[in-house]
Design a protein. Structure first.
Length: 422
């Protein structure tokens, strides 16, 4: 495994510390980050005491989006000049390639002087591959297979998708996003030692990161998955709020709609469910999607249909305004009241209009239990979630499986008679 040492210049020359943080009695001589992805990351620092011995060094670090910070006292022998290191084992954790790691130092000498550095960012890249990049102020695309033409295609699709969504929603990113593309499933799995074999992509919205498997030449999948992922990442930044969480149907529905083409399979599945009165109650797709496969596919189809109707009937601008309401909401936020204030009709009236649009017959069945949202990263089409992440997500099934699902549903209904449940 190739090891990469990234020597940094003296922080006093690179970062203009605030006056309150400067301590002339303590000087950082050097700092290095040793990247051994995916096994471990080493933090090295050398410090000099101008007046007396260095007595203590603490490292504080966290992943972007994490609500907690790890605090580590480094082992050292006090002296006028001290070099210390910390080894962070990541092999058995879900730390994705390209993850932004925010860290800072606190250094104290025997006289009680303290130097506190500003928080800095290190990207934990997969140094086993020779990555190529294309970037602008808002996004960076990483790839190693397929050459420059493939990278250009990835970047242009990401750029156009982001531009379209930002213009429609009247939104802008709070921080840049990164798209890391592996050229094979084997390479992808090697970056996630703990992940199941069938997972082919992961999104980490709180980090502004998505990691995908896209083989050069698979233009159809590229054209679908990149806009889908861009939508998830922008949606998170537009709605992120510790007090409230937007409904799952809105997040997933917008991601599918952003793929930029009519999803005839999902339209057909919703029409079949509407005709038989088996559409899922809204409670089923607000907090979490069903674990049952057929119901989960219907949940995605229904979410896409609702978002499509919302945009085509009322426009992008109102949707952007509604999403921003989540961002600025307080503890007592009422999402249905906000919906009515922005759209000029109640959410129940919207649901009725959508039901009429899809041709609902009867009343949707009542679930025996309303599923709860689980804290997982947002997976991508054809994947299953795993690991921890601030914003929850749900499995998104590849469109290639939907025709089979519809055929099974049709066959079962034909054999069991009208009213068979998904």
């Amino acid at each position: 495994m190739r090891r990469v040492l990234l020597p940094l210049l003296l922080l006093s020359l690179v970062i203009p510390f605030p006056t309150a943080a400067q301590e002339p009695s303590i000087r950082i001589v050097s700092e290095e980050m040793e990247n051994r992805f995916p096994v471990e990351l080493l933090f090295h620092i050398e410090v000099e005491g101008q007046a007396t011995e260095i007595a203590r060094i603490k490292l504080f670090y966290r992943l972007r989006g994490s609500e907690s910070e790890t605090q580590v006292p480094l082992d050292l022998t006090p002296g006028p000049r001290v070099r210390a290191s910390y080894r962070w084992y990541t092999e058995h954790l879900t730390v994705p390639p390209g993850a932004p790691i925010l860290y800072r130092w606190e250094i104290r000498d025997r006289a009680g002087h303290v130097l506190k550095t500003e928080e800095r960012t290190f990207y934990y890249d997969d140094v086993r591959f020779d990555w190529q990049t294309r970037s602008d102020e808002s996004l960076t695309v990483f790839w190693y297979a397929g050459g420059e033409p493939f990278g250009a295609e990835l970047y242009e699709k990401a750029r156009s998708s982001l531009t379209t969504l930002e213009a429609g929603l009247g939104a802008h990113l709070d921080f840049p996003i990164r798209i890391v593309v592996y050229g094979s499933e084997e390479d992808f799995r090697s970056a996630f030692p703990r992940m199941k074999d069938w997972v082919g992509g992961r999104a980490f919205p709180a980090m502004g990161l998505t990691v995908q498997t896209i083989a050069p030449g698979d233009e159809e999948y590229l054209a679908r998955v990149i806009p889908h992922e861009i939508a998830h990442l922008l949606f998170f930044q537009l709605t992120d709020n510790p007090y409230v969480t937007p409904p799952s149907w809105l997040d997933e529905g917008l991601a599918v709609y952003s793929e930029g083409r009519t999803n005839a399979y999902y339209d057909l599945l919703v029409s079949l469910a509407a005709a038989e009165g088996t559409l899922l109650p809204i409670e089923f797709i607000v907090g979490g999607f069903p674990a049952d496969y057929e119901r989960a596919v219907l949940a995605y189809a229904q979410s896409y249909s609702m978002v499509r109707f919302l945009i085509e009937q009322y426009g992008w601008a109102k949707l952007g305004e509604y999403l921003r309401a989540f961002k600025t909401a307080g503890v007592r936020f009422d999402r249905e009241r906000a919906f009515q204030e922005i759209y000029g009709l109640s959410f129940e009236e919207f649901l009725q209009a959508w039901h009429d649009h899809v041709g609902l017959r009867g009343t949707p069945e009542v679930p025996t239990a309303v599923p709860t949202r689980t804290a997982t990263a947002v997976p991508t089409p054809g994947t299953t979630p795993a690991g921890d992440e601030k914003r929850p997500g749900l499995p998104c099934f590849g469109l290639a499986l939907v025709p089979f699902s519809i055929a099974v549903v049709w066959w079962r209904r034909k054999g069991e008679g009208r009213g068979a449940r998904l």
